[in-house]
Design a protein around this ligand. Structure first.
Ligand SMILES: NC(=O)c1ccc[n+]([C@@H]2O[C@H](COP(=O)([O-])OP(=O)(O)OC[C@H]3O[C@@H](n4cnc5c(N)ncnc54)[C@H](OP(=O)(O)O)[C@@H]3O)[C@@H](O)[C@H]2O)c1
Length: 199
């Protein structure tokens, strides 16, 4: 399969690449790193990416930014980053990407544990993750040509605990290799409309 992997240089993305590269042709995409560049918060940038990459069999997004701040400090502007980047970025990857997707192609998005197990300063992440998981369920029943869409919702990763540990006390972190398996299930299996919880 030709797989477009957005966020390939990241903690999760690099583990996905290790899992899938032995069996597939991976296009490594980042904001500034990788074979191709895109800013998912900008739909014109997304369209230009697909015009360069052409048709594909699977798209994985392991990228997405939100604001982490106490709710008392959260403003409409502070929420805007998550809405524009992690939420509409991934929605737009499907809306624009479906024009370039081969029959039977899959989209796999990244959400996270905070949709249902919140932490302090995580309101934007919770909102966006829950919205994408809901979007996936809805989009799956209307996608034409055998196309599929799923999300992967990991808990905090072992590899991220260096910086995230103070925010995730009491959470049992999972290794990136385990998280990568959920992307393999989405891409190489036949399920659709699913959210794979890891951890
Ligand atoms: N790490 C965790 O413990 C964890 C747990 C649950 C969920 N998640 C979610 O998983 C996703 C990835 O997390 P991560 O920790 O793997 O991130 P990361 O290590 O910071 O890597 C992010 C990757 O995404 C790319 N990227 C960032 N913003 C982008 C944009 N606007 N457009 C296109 N590409 C962009 C980066 O490109 P460059 O390399 O060019 O900068 C990089 O390759 C995030 O949505 C995060 O919320 C992470």
């Amino acid at each position: 399969m030709k797989i477009l992997l957005i966020g390939a240089g990241g903690t999760i993305g690099s583990a996905i690449e290790k899992e899938l590269a032995p069996r597939h042709d991976i296009v490594r995409i980042g904001r500034t790193s990788g074979d191709e560049h895109v800013d998912i918060s900008d739909s014109a940038s997304i369209r230009k990416l697909f015009e360069r990459t052409g048709s594909f069999d699977a798209l994985i997004c392991a990228a997405g930014n939100v604001t982490f701040a106490p709710l008392a400090e959260m403003t409409e502007d502070a929420f805007a980053l998550g809405l524009r980047d992690k939420l509409m970025g991934q929605v737009n990857l499907l809306l624009i990407g479906r024009e370039f997707a081969n029959d039977g192609a899959s989209f796999t998005f990244t959400t996270g544990v905070l949709s249902h197990d919140p932490i302090a300063k995580g309101a934007s992440a919770s909102l966006v993750n829950g919205a994408i998981d809901a979007f996936v369920r809805a989009a799956a029943i209307e996608l034409p040509r055998g196309m599929r869409v799923n999300s992967v919702s990991p808990t905090v990763l072992v590899e991220a605990m260096g910086s995230y540990a103070p925010y995730f006390r009491g959470y049992k972190p999972v290794p990136a290799t385990d998280v990568a398996l959920a992307y393999a299930k989405s891409v190489e299996g036949l399920q659709t409309g699913q959210t794979y919880h890891v951890g």
